[in-house]
Structures are given as structure tokens and as C-alpha cells.
Design a protein around this ligand. Structure first.
Ligand SMILES: [Zn+2]
Length: 290
């Protein structure tokens, strides 16, 4: 394995502090929402339900039987006020860059569901991977995205934003994005190969920002000569969206990041790396406008 050309200045950058942002409890299992999105919704006529769930309710994962999963998703639907007359759109996640539309997401594996119809709830599950919500408030179209390191390296968030924009005809810089709880840059150590795959997925402009969120450990923390790599997947997804203009001063669209780290908050969030089989979800449903 070859090491990248690290200068001594890289070692001077401290690791990111642990992200111990505690939940703003909305309901028993709806642990996080975006204050910025909620403020926006309060001022708009847009009707939608969304949230990032957490413990104790597991909504997926290999340890759950089909019956338990159905029961738990029904509980979520009741708790969150989602439609229960149709099955919730929960795609078979395959760590891809595939985004499908509405019920298409039930037919084959994918990692993003674009919702264009009211009364159609969709979820993506995660336990360290990054759940991302995209919203076109003008067109009442949105997407839920599961972005692990493979999906992030394949630019699933960027590609879903482009697909959504092509559908509505509104430019991508008008989208609103919420990046949810996931393993943070404080804890998410990856191999050099993963580090390279992620850095190569970004445009040259964003690559220059690598040291700020992709940090080798300091020598005194390491028992070996190889550097350790800590990647902040939230920031990689943010950088991909920023490359489309989101969050720039001239853009009407913005990106909100929920900093909570699944590894820093074992009491609240499921973590695959911790060996847990439970899964939290990001859910989204547009309401019927009366
Ligand atoms: Zn952490």
C-alpha cells in the first residue's frame, strides 16, 4: 500500500472534536429534524413530513424478521403521521448510485428514492452511512438518499440532485438539502483505498479542501507508521452538492448538516461499526394540500 505524499503540516491539524449534538426529541423515535428546514416550512405552504429516527426503534437490518420490520414501520408511520394505506417505499439498498422514481424503487435495488406524489412515504435506512434529504420546494418534489462510502464515492447525492433538477426543470442550486446523522469525521476511520476513492470522486476544487475533513492521525496517536484516515462523509456529500451551486451566496438553495455522530452517541443512534444490527431511517412524505 502506498502512502500519499503527506507534508508535516497535515499532522498539525487536530482531529475533529466528537460530535455529541444531542437529540432534539420530537417524538419517541423521531430524534432529529432540521431547524432550518422547519423554519422554512413554517413560512411556506408546503406540506411534508420528514425526520431522522434513532433508538430504541430499529426499522431495518438483518436481525429483524419481516414481521418485526413491518410492525416497526407501522409504528413509525403512526407516530410520524405517515400514510399507512400503501406499503412504505423502502428500497433494497445496494450501495449504488441509482436513484429511482416513486414506486419504481420497489422493483429493483437502489439507494435513492425521488418522490413526486403526495401521500407516498419513502424511507432509507442507515447505521453509520449518511442519510440525505433533498427538496425542491417549488415543485413539491423530494428525495431520500442512502450514501455510504461506496455510494458517496459514486456521487449518489450529486446524481440524485441532478436527476431531481432535470425532472422539475428547476436549477440544482435552488434545492434544499439536509444531511443527517451518520458516522462523523471524528470517528469514521477508513483505509487508504477508501480515502482515495472518496477524494477522487470530488472535483479538483473540492480536493483542495481534503485536509480539513480527511485527516491522518497524529503520529503520537498511532502505533504504526502508516497514517490513519478519518473521513467526514457528511462533508464529502456537502462538497458534491456545493459543486452544483448549493449553499453558495447567490443560490436560493442551502445545505443543513445535522452533526450527530452514530459512533459518539451510542445511547441514541444505531451503528454498524459498533456491531449493532439495528437501523435508523430518514423518512419523507408530501402531504395532500387541502
Ligand atoms: Zn464521532
Amino acid at each position: 500500500m502506498t502512502s500519499p505524499n503527506l507534508t508535516s503540516s497535515h499532522y498539525a491539524i487536530p482531529k475533529l472534536p466528537p460530535q455529541r449534538q444531542t437529540p432534539d426529541q420530537q417524538a419517541p423515535w423521531v430524534l432529529y429534524q432540521s431547524a432550518r428546514l422547519n423554519a422554512f416550512l413554517a413560512q411556506s405552504a408546503l406540506s411534508l413530513r420528514y425526520g431522522f429516527t434513532g433508538k430504541p426503534l430499529s426499522l431495518g437490518g438483518s436481525a429483524l424478521s419481516v414481521e418485526e420490520r413491518t410492525k416497526n414501520r407501522l409504528l413509525l408511520a403512526q407516530e410520524a403521521g405517515l400514510s399507512v394505506t400503501i406499503p412504505v417505499l423502502a428500497p433494497e439498498q445496494i450501495h449504488s448510485d441509482i436513484a429511482l422514481l416513486n414506486q419504481e424503487a420497489l422493483s429493483t435495488g437502489c439507494d435513492a428514492v425521488i418522490i413526486t406524489e403526495p401521500g407516498l412515504p419513502a424511507i432509507v435506512q442507515a447505521a453509520d452511512c449518511v442519510p440525505v434529504l433533498l427538496l425542491d420546494p417549488k415543485a413539491c418534489v423530494g428525495a431520500v438518499i442512502h450514501a455510504g462510502w461506496r455510494g458517496t464515492a459514486a456521487s449518489i447525492t450529486l446524481k440524485t440532485a441532478l436527476k431531481l433538477s432535470a425532472l422539475t426543470g428547476n436549477p440544482p442550486e435552488t434545492l434544499l438539502a439536509v444531511i443527517g446523522p451518520s458516522a462523523g469525521g471524528c470517528c469514521y476511520e477508513v483505509s487508504h483505498e477508501v480515502y482515495n476513492a472518496l477524494s477522487q470522486s470530488l472535483a479538483t476544487k473540492e480536493k483542495q479542501a481534503l485536509p480539513s475533513w480527511c485527516l491522518p492521525s497524529r503520529p503520537e496517536e498511532s502505533h504504526c507508521l502508516e497514517p490513519h484516515y478519518y473521513v467526514d462523509l457528511k462533508r464529502v456529500n456537502q462538497a458534491q452538492l456545493a459543486s452544483l451551486g448549493l449553499g453558495t451566496p447567490k443560490a436560493s438553495g442551502w445545505i443543513d448538516i445535522i452533526e450527530a455522530c452514530t459512533l459518539c452517541l451510542p445511547a441514541f443512534l444505531w451503528s454498524h461499526r459498533r456491531g449493532e444490527t439495528g437501523r435508523q431511517v430518514l423518512y419523507l412524505e408530501f402531504g395532500l394540500v387541502s
